[in-house]
Design a protein around this ligand. Structure first.
Ligand SMILES: *Cc1c(COP(=O)(O)O)cnc(C)c1O
Length: 407
């Protein structure tokens, strides 16, 4: 369609886009478009008429005309105004963008829909990836309908639901007594030995393009005037990087009504915050984070291949990186779920913690518009909750006093 070439994110080297690529000198690749031709081929008005899925943005996506999308029904996710939650933290305009409604219950499906579509187009039969949980499940589901074999490697304490769903979709899944970085090493060896195509975060160029649709959608939902601040949980960084790429492409097309771009906030747990450390130190590359631990498994990424891309995006946007207290994530999760009526995942609960912090530090002003992405459903993390319900014994007389005492 409008793809011109691939470009190394670090040194700008150009590569042809008509064959399968992974990285260039071990650094990620951008997909580049002829934005002028793209802008001439589609208008905002035409876009409005299209089906409400991420494929409505096809001109902005790398899928060639003759390639059929591998799709499970990637809906436009709802933007939900969370007034009580916003008021609680002192912001007037807070929205949650609920990504838990996408196929396999997390935003990972956006990236996998594109990565697997392109992999199939290039004739790939076997894919493999390391995962903190949700990426593996999404890859397994898309591989299933694309007729590919999927090999998934996850840390042994990956949420049980992620383990089960990955198997249900027919992937070969393995538990590894290490972190996602250790799983990644196994995958890279397997690409040589067993001919797998590596779908690791940023080790192929198309997952970013799928994540880009979060930014395109947000812009369209806000009538092309983006909000002031976007708070996003950051692991490998594709979400943040993809969104920023979307905003930059829209700006170059002159589609945005904004005078200033949204400030991006990358959120991590203080149990694993390599990006925050690098941001604070003014560095472009992050050091691997030792003894990484957090209940928010999606952001337990001690070392990200795209660290410089994340840090560049945050800085270019005038944003910031925030580490929140690991010990309070479940507290924010419960509070946000109760106040918003949505099942908020631990990664996004960390973002609620960041909201609290940024308002108290006055980095965020009460009348600024704020988006928090709910990247997955809390229901994927059942073993993280220590919940016991009071029991009623129907063989005895029902104690209404006891029931009333719980209200
Ligand atoms: C993967 C994941 C993240 C981190 O996303 P990146 O874009 O890789 O930084 C956040 N939340 C959840 C639920 C995830 O599965």
């Amino acid at each position: 369609m409008f793809v011109t070439h691939l470009e190394s994110a670090l040194d700008g080297a150009r590569l042809p886009a008509d064959t399968l690529h992974t990285t260039h000198r071990d650094k990620p690749l951008w997909v580049r478009y002829d934005l002028k031709a793209l802008g001439n081929s589609i208008s905002k008005k035409e876009l409005k008429e299209r089906e409400p899925t991420l494929w409505r943005y096809r001109e902005f996506l790398p899928v060639p005309k003759r390639a059929r999308p591998v799709s499970l029904g990637e809906i436009i996710t709802p933007l939900i105004q969370a007034e009580p939650l916003g008021h609680h933290f002192g912001v007037k305009k807070l929205w949650l963008k609920d990504e838990s409604r996408l196929p396999t219950g997390s935003f990972k499906s956006r990236g996998m829909a594109l990565a697997i579509t392109m992999a199939r187009h290039f004739g790939v039969k076997k894919i493999a990836l390391p995962t903190a949980g949700n990426a593996g499940a999404a890859a397994a589901a898309y591989a299933a309908i694309a007729g590919m074999e999927a090999y998934v490697f996850m840390p042994e304490d990956t949420p049980k639901v992620n383990q089960i769903e990955t198997i249900l979709y027919g992937a070969r899944a393995f538990l590894v007594n290490g972190l996602i970085t250790d799983c990644g090493r196994i995958v890279r060896e397997g690409t040589n030995r067993l001919g797998w195509h590596d779908l690791s975060t940023l080790r192929e160029p198309y997952r970013i393009e799928g994540k880009k649709t979060m930014g395109l959608e947000l812009a369209e939902q806000f009538n092309w005037k983006l909000p002031d601040v976007i708070i996003y949980p950051t692991g490998g960084g594709t979400g943040l990087i993809g969104m920023w790429k979307a905003f930059k492409e829209l700006r170059e097309l002159d589609w945005l009504e904004n005078t200033t771009m949204p400030r991006l906030v990358a959120v991590q747990s203080d149990g694993c915050c390599p990006i925050v450390k690098a941001f604070e130190a003014g560095r472009r590359f992050a050091e691997p984070f030792p003894n990484a631990h957090t209940v928010a498994s999606g952001i337990r990424v001690p070392s990200a291949l795209g660290d410089f891309m994340i840090l560049d995006a945050i800085r270019e946007s005038g944003g910031t990186a925030v580490a929140v207290e690991e010990g309070r994530i479940i507290e924010w999760l419960k509070l946000a779920s109760q106040m918003a009526g949505l099942s908020i995942c631990p990664e996004s609960a960390a973002c609620i913690g960041a909201l609290e912090k940024l308002v108290s530090e006055k980095w965020l002003k009460p009348d600024e518009s704020v988006i928090v992405f709910n990247t997955a459903s809390a229901l994927k993390y059942i073993e993280k909750f220590d919940i016991e319900l009071p029991q009623i014994d129907i063989k005895k007389e029902i104690s209404w006093e006891t029931i009333a005492s719980y209200l």
